[in-house]
Design a protein around this ligand. Structure first.
Ligand SMILES: *[C@@H]1O[C@H](CO)[C@@H](O)[C@H](O)[C@H]1NC(C)=O
Ligand SMILES: *[C@@H]1O[C@H](CO)[C@@H](O)[C@H](O)[C@H]1NC(C)=O
Ligand SMILES: *[C@@H]1O[C@H](CO)[C@@H](O)[C@H](O)[C@H]1NC(C)=O
Ligand SMILES: *[C@@H]1O[C@H](CO)[C@@H](O)[C@H](O)[C@H]1NC(C)=O
Length: 496
C-alpha cells in the first residue's frame, strides 16, 4: 500500500508542475486500457482496482468504475450494489445497466462478444460497481474470519471504502453522490446511507456530497416483505380466489409467520401451486442449467436444489441455516443468519438463471488481468453469488433508517419490477405507505415512449414508490430503456 500511495503523490506533484487545472490524481494502474471481447473504443474512462478497508486483516474491496459518457466532471457519482447476500455487482455490470451487452460465445471456450449498451447508466452518471462484503465477487480478505459478517460490519466497511475511494478520485468529490442497489441491497443501501449521514454530521473527511438513494425490489422489513407473497400471487392470478380467502382467514393476514397448523397448511398449498415458476420474473421460463438437479415435485417451496440439503459436503452447517428461515419467500430478512443462494442450492448459479456469459468472461485470465483483479491465490474463481461468506442480518427492519434519511431531506426512490416474486412489489408498496407521509403525487401511470411504463406514488419528503410494468427482480435487465429514463429523472430530481 505504501508504494501505491507514494506513486499517487508523485503523480500529484507532476500534475501541479504541468498544469494549473484541478488535479486528476487517478490511482496508478487503475485505468483499463482494453477489454477482451470488445473491439471498439471504450466510450469513457474505465478504472478498476482495490481499496483496502482494513490493513491489518488485508481486507480489500474490488470496484469497477465507469466514468460518465456525457459530462464526467458534473454528472452524479453513483455507487451500485447487488444483493444476495453474496452476489457480485458484476451481475448489474454484465446483465443490467453496464456499458456493454454481452453476447454469448459461438464456440465453446471462446470469449463472449461485448457490444455497446445504448441504455447504459454510464450514459448519464459516473458509476461505481462494488463487490461487497469481502469474500464476494473479486473482494477478499487475507484473514478468513472476515467472511463471517453481517449488515453492520458491511455498512462500516463500505463507508470506509467510500472515504478512501474519494481520496483516490478527489476530482469527483463535488459531484452529487447517490447510493443505489437492488434485492438484498435493500439492506445495504439504507444502512450505508445512514453511516454516510453520520459521517457527514461528524465532519468526517473527505466530505461526501450525498444527495439520495434508490432501491430496487429491496428487502426491507420481515413483516412487510413476508406478507407480500400471498396477495401478490392472488393479484397475479397464480392462486385461486378460494385459496386466497382460506389463507387470509386461517392466517388472519399474517402470512410470514404461521401461528397454527391450518394456516401453515394453506401456505403450503400456495407454495405447491406456484412451485416451478421463475421467481425472478413469473413471465420468464425457468432455465435449467447444468448444475441444476431436477427432483420430483415437492411441496417445499422453491429452488428445487433447496430440497437436496443434507447432501452437501460443504464445511459450513448448511442444514441449520436453511431451516432458520424461509429465504427468500415470506421472510427474506428475518434477524439472524441469511443463507446465500449457493448455500441454499449447492450451486454457484441462481435458480432458473443462466450466468454463462458472466462466468466465462470473468473467469478468463486475460479478462482478470485487464480488469485488475487479485491473484488467484486470493480470489481463485469469480462466482455470481458466493457461499464464501456466513452472513448475519443484524440491522433489523430498514424502516427506521428510511425515516431518518428522508427526514433529513435525502431523496429516496423505492422501485419494483411488478412481476418479481422474490421481493414482490406488494411489500414495498405497503411499507412505503406505512411511513405515513402525505401523498403528494397520487397513484398514476408514468410514461416512456407514449406507453405506460408502470405506476408511481409520490410522498412528501421526496419519498417515491414506483413500479415498472412487466419487469422482474433485476429491473434494468428486463426494461433497460425505461430504467435509464427513470434513473436519469431520479438523479436530476425531476418528476417521472
Ligand atoms: C484474524 O482476525 C481475527 C479477529 O480479529 C484474529 O483474532 C486472528 O488472529 C486473525 N488471524 C490471523 C491469521 O491473522
Ligand atoms: C389460526 O390462527 C389465526 C390467527 O391467529 C386465527 O385467525 C385462526 O382462526 C386460527 N385457526 C385455527 C383453526 O385455529
Ligand atoms: C434517527 O434520528 C434520531 C434523531 O436524529 C435518533 O434519535 C435515532 O436514533 C435515529 N434512528 C436510527 C435508526 O438510528
Ligand atoms: C425534494 O427534492 C428537491 C430536489 O432536490 C428539493 O428541492 C426539495 O426541497 C425536496 N423536498 C422536500 C420536501 O424535501
Amino acid at each position: 500500500m505504501a508504494t501505491v500511495n507514494s506513486v499517487v503523490c508523485f503523480f500529484f506533484l507532476v500534475n501541479i508542475f504541468l498544469s494549473s487545472r484541478p488535479t486528476q490524481s487517478v490511482p496508478e494502474g487503475a485505468l483499463i486500457t482494453e477489454l477482451p471481447g470488445f473491439s471498439g473504443t471504450i466510450p469513457s474512462k474505465h478504472y478498476a482496482g482495490y481499496v483496502t478497508v482494513d490493513e491489518s486483516h488485508g481486507r480489500s474491496l474490488y470496484y469497477y468504475f465507469v466514468e460518465s459518457e456525457s459530462n464526467p466532471s458534473e454528472d452524479p457519482v453513483v455507487l451500485w450494489l447487488n444483493g444476495g447476500p453474496g452476489c457480485s455487482s458484476f451481475d448489474a455490470f454484465v446483465y443490467e445497466h453496464g456499458p456493454f451487452n454481452f453476447e454469448k460465445a459461438k464456440t465453446k471456450g471462446s470469449l463472449p462478444t461485448l457490444h455497446l449498451n445504448p441504455y447504459s447508466w454510464s450514459k448519464v452518471s459516473n458509476i461505481i460497481y462494488l463487490d461487497s462484503p469481502a469474500g464476494v465477487g473479486f473482494s477478499f480478505s487475507k484473514n478468513k474470519s472476515d467472511y463471517i459478517t453481517g449488515d453492520i460490519k458491511t455498512a462500516l466497511d463500505t463507508h470506509t471504502f467510500l472515504l478512501k475511494w474519494f481520496e483516490l478520485y478527489p476530482e469527483f468529490l463535488s459531484n452529487p453522490f447517490f447510493i443505489t442497489g437492488e434485492s438484498y441491497a435493500g439492506i445495504y443501501v439504507p444502512t450505508l446511507a445512514y453511516e454516510v449521514m453520520k459521517g457527514i454530521d461528524a465532519g468526517t473527511k473527505p466530505n461526501l456530497n450525498f444527495k439520495g438513494y434508490m432501491v430496487g425490489n429491496g428487502c426491507t422489513d420481515d413483516e412487510f416483505d413476508g406478507n407480500a407473497l400471498v396477495p401478490f400471487a392472488h393479484g397475479m392470478g397464480l392462486i385461486s380466489d378460494e385459496l386466497f380467502e382460506e389463507a387470509r382467514i386461517e392466517c388472519n393476514g399474517n402470512f410470514y409467520n404461521p401461528l397454527n397448523e391450518s394456516c401453515a397448511t394453506k401456505l403450503k398449498k400456495v407454495d405447491q401451486v406456484i412451485d416451478g415458476l421463475n421467481i425472478y420474473d413469473i413471465l420468464e421460463p425457468c432455465y435449467h442449467g447444468p448444475e441444476t438437479v431436477e427432483t420430483a415435485p415437492s411441496y417445499i417451496r422453491l429452488p428445487s436444489s433447496f430440497r437436496r440439503l443434507g447432501e452437501t459436503e460443504r464445511p459450513l452447517p448448511v442444514r441449520k441455516r436453511m431451516f432458520g428461515r424461509a429465504w427468500p419467500l415470506r421472510a427474506p430478512v428475518r434477524d439472524g443468519i441469511v443463507p446465500t443462494w449457493p448455500q441454499l442450492s449447492n450451486s454457484h448459479n441462481l435458480p432458473c438463471t443462466d450466468n454463462e456469459v458472466a462466468n466465462s468472461w470473468l473467469n478468463t485470465d486475460i479478462v482478470r488481468k485487464a480488469i485488475h483483479t487479485a491473484e488467484k491465490s486470493d480470489v481463485s474463481i469469480w462466482g455470481l453469488c458466493t457461499d464464501n461468506i456466513l452472513y448475519h442480518h443484524d440491522a433489523g427492519s430498514m424502516i427506521k433508517f428510511h425515516k431518518n434519511l428522508t427526514a433529513r431531506g435525502y431523496r429516496a426512490l423505492i422501485y419494483s419490477g411488478d412481476h418479481d416474486m422474490c421481493v414482490p412489489f406488494t411489500g414495498s408498496q405497503a411499507w412505503t405507505r406505512s411511513m405515513g407521509y402525505k401523498v403528494v403525487d397520487e397513484w398514476r401511470p408514468w410514461i416512456v415512449n407514449n406507453q405506460v411504463a408502470g405506476y408511481i406514488q409520490g410522498y412528501d419528503k421526496n419519498l417515491t414508490f414506483m413500479t415498472i410494468k412487466g419487469a422482474g427482480h433485476a429491473v434494468p435487465e428486463y426494461k433497460p430503456q425505461e430504467s435509464l429514463y427513470f434513473y436519469k429523472r431520479f438523479l436530476d430530481g425531476l418528476p417521472m
